[in-house]
Structures are given as C-alpha cells and as structure tokens.
Design a protein around this ligand. Sequence first.
Ligand code: EPU
Length: 339
Amino acid sequence: MLQIQENVSLKKFNTFGIDANARYFAEISHEDELVELFADPQWLSTDRLVIGGGSNMLLVKDFEGLIIRMNIRGIEHRISHDDVFVEVGAGEVWNDLVNFCVDRNYAGMENLSLIPGSVGASPIQNIGAYGVELKDVFASCRTFEIATGAFRTFTKEDCKFGYRESVFKTELAGQYIIVGVKFHLSLKPNINLKYGAIEQELVNRGITQPTIEDVSQVVSHIRVSKLPDPSTIGNAGSFFKNPVIGAVQFGLLQEQFPDIVNYPMPDGQIKLAAGWLIEQCGWKGKTVGNTGTWKNQALVLVNHGGATGEEVYSLSSQIIDSVYTKFGVTLQREVNIIS
Ligand code: EPU
C-alpha cells in the first residue's frame, strides 16, 4: 500500500548530505504504485521531483512539493548466443548492477564501475566515464507517463542521448518516470582502454591481457584515488560539465595558455577539461566555509559537514565567475539544482 509521508528530512537521500526537508515524500517499490499515486489528481498539480540515489542533485532549499523516490528492484537476464539482455528495476544501485554483470562476465559496463546513483537515473544524463557512456550498453527503458498514466517504452533513438544529455532532461523533462532499463551486453568482451590512465594502471599491475574484472578493478581504483566517497564526504561527482567551444576561440586560448587540456571532437569543436580551468583559477582543494572543491579533482564540489545548499551554490557561482574572467568560457552546472 502506497504511503505518503510528510515533512521528511532528505539528508540521507542526497549524496551531498544537504539537510533539507520534503513537504511530501513517497517511496515507489512497484510500478503499480505510480498508477495509484497519480490516480489522485492532487499529485498531478503538485510540484514533483523524482529521485533515485540522489547523487546528481543539490537541494538549495526545502522542497515544498512531493518527492518520489524510486525503489523498484529486480535484475533479470537472458542470454542469446553472445548477446546478453539484462532488465533492471529503476531502484537498483548502479554499481550493484555493474558488479552483477562483471561477476557473470557480461561485458560492456565495466568502465562505468563505481559511478554513484541508481539504474533509473542512468539514462537521464547518459552517465559516462573512462571512454564509455550509458548509451553504449542501453537497449531501451520502460517509463510511466505522468499525464496519461500509461507505460511507454523508449528505444535508444527515442532517448536522443548526448554528452550528459537525453530527452528526459530536455524536451520531455518532468513528463516521464523511468521504471526500468534494459541493457544489451555481450559475452565477448570489447576491452576499452582509450582512457590512458586505465592502460597505465594495468601496466603498473603487470596485466597484459585484461579481463573485464581487471578493467572494473582498475577503474574503481582510479575513481577512489581521484574522487571523494559520498558516504564520508558529501558530493555529487562532477559539479560542472566539460565546456565545448569553437575552434577559433580555442586557437586564441591556446596561444595564451599553451598547456590548456583539450579534446578535439568529431564535429570540429573542442572540449575543455573544466577541472583544469577551475584549478588554474586557484580553486583546487580550497575550503570556503563548510564547502569547497576536492583536493584531487577541482571539478567536484564537496560538503565538509553541515554545508547548506545555498553555500554550495554560491561557491559554484564564484567558480563560474572566475573561470569566465580568466578564460572567457562559461561553465554549465551538471548537477541538478533544486531551488
Ligand atoms: N584536471 C586538472 N585539474 C583538476 C581536475 C582535472 O588539471 O582538478 C585535468 C586532468 O589532469 C585531466 C583532465 O583535466 O587532464 C580531465 O580530468 P579527468 O580525467 O579527471 O576527467 P574529467 O573530464 O574531469 C570526466 C567526467 C567524470 C568521469 C571522468 C573520467 C564530466 C563532467 N566528468 O571528468 O564524471 O569520471 O571524466 O571519465 O564529464 C561525473 O560526471 O560525476 C564524473 C565524475
């Protein structure tokens, strides 16, 4: 039976560890509960926010509407020749799924090891790391359409995935709730070592023929060494996106800053490393009140304990201003700001 709680602290439901309250809070363990919830028209007209692991959001103040926490569980898998199809409830923890697949030698998501968050959130921003993005293993997702109460399947094309983007963040934002995701993996590993740090760490370990388990372990090792663990230091991973600029602007910047870290894109534009830009402005490892940037990765803002959402937001604005002043590049926040 669906229960709606009132005045719930969200501290343990967001990895930033921000202590803000939700006016209403519903936990969904079965998709029928969404039908039941929206059968009451009150919730159609209330501000809503759907959360999974709460790992990509910053609560700037109390949330006066309804928080819907997705907790639908279950992992089912089917093998057909070398193809593996895995259907997963939105509420499963992303890294538990990665481990489930790596343990069974289902290849494709090993580079995405240790990304925080839930499976249901993974398509929304097309999570990615170490040369692989969610879209590379995504088959389809099952969604609930809030306005009609109908369930609809989105194919990969329907989702219009881009860099940290999908249709669920843009044209269809707020209209659908992801209840499950189907992945397409393989029994034949296609080891992806495009990202130099993985290859280097494999060499350090004397591994010449890496298995997907080796890759998963190496990626986890790199993440732990660079990124703060949200269970001890509140954070939401990369706070900003890596900015993409045109070739002309890049040429001028490179003259002035010959070391500027850059990744040319297939379309001729250039992606810059936001972490590098922020570090050059002197922010890396800096503490400001209860917040700051992480000592090993300036792109990650952290809660050193007791930070408010406003404090973190204000730091992010200062960072945006100083990067703009020094480089003329405007950083965009990647984290979902709830205000
Ligand atoms: N760099 C600095 N200073 C810093 C941080 C980075 O100079 O403080 C430089 C690094 O030396 C490197 C470059 O910037 O040359 C890129 O750094 P890194 O390899 O750490 O990757 P990133 O571009 O900063 C992205 C993703 C991460 C993902 C890593 C690895 C975005 C916004 N972030 O970070 O994703 O784990 O690549 O693939 O695309 C996340 O989204 O929450 C996240 C952690």
